[in-house]
Design a protein. Structure first.
Lengths: 114, 113
């Protein structure tokens, strides 16, 4: 069935360093890949997404890359700050009127030490 | 713009009891989702509504879980009877249409003793 693997499960970095989280998906029909940030006691919040017709997307300190052939996608956070500390989830889905269901990875707990 | 509202935020029940959760999506959003998030895992879709019709309930344990969205706006998710393994956070999300960005509510944390 559909599956998304996410690594690492925990990541600790010093403030100012970069953080990279990697995901692999199983369904080659997936064409939409969002990343969510979840803080304690809150619901997931979309921080960036990428579609299968794009290889890379950047928004300030956050960037995502997608390799459709290898079915890999990654989140890159540069110049990390303590407020970046949270659990990050990747997901795979399908756009359009047949889409909606998000298949989530297991999550990465990012800790940014001042 | 108001976000997705959920209530209650916390609920503690004993096994075999019943419980209901309520969700009010963002105004005008046609698609509504219920996800189950077990501690330390990513959310898993339980059911997806398009207006008041069910699009996907393939992972809903139908012997004990039920959900409805009668007027195509608010939704309720019910568990009867609850089991210990139902302890989780139940997240509601909505989107303007199928395949569009999903906005999540704060969730209801259920503890089954």
């Amino acid at each position: 069935g559909e599956n998304v693997e996410q690594h690492p499960s925990t990541l600790s970095v010093q403030e100012g360093d970069s953080a990279v989280i990697k995901c692999t998906y199983s369904d080659s029909a997936s064409n939409y890949f969002p990343w969510y940030k979840q803080e304690l006691g809150k619901g997931p919040q979309l921080i960036i997404d990428i579609r299968s017709n794009v290889g890379e997307k950047k928004d300030q300190r956050i960037a995502v890359t997608l390799n459709k052939t290898a079915k890999h996608f990654s989140l890159h956070i540069t110049e990390t700050q303590p407020e970046d500390s949270a659990v990050y989830f990747c997901a795979a889905s399908w756009e359009g009127n047949q889409g909606g269901k998000l298949i989530f990875g297991q999550g990465t707990e990012l800790s940014v030490k001042p | 713009e108001a976000g997705v509202a959920q209530s209650p935020r916390y609920k503690i029940i004993e096994k075999r009891q019943s419980v209901a959760f309520w969700c009010n999506p963002i105004s005008g959003h046609a698609t509504l989702y219920w996800y189950q998030q077990i501690l330390g895992q990513g959310p898993k879709l339980l059911i997806q509504f398009q207006n008041n019709g069910v699009v996907d309930d393939s992972q809903l344990p139908k012997d004990r879980f039920s959900a409805e969205r009668l007027k195509g706006v608010d939704s309720t998710l019910k568990i009867q009877p609850a089991k210990l393994e139902d302890s989780a956070v139940y997240l509601c999300a909505s989107s303007s249409e199928r395949g569009a960005e999903q906005f999540f509510g704060p969730g209801t944390r259920l503890t089954v003793l």
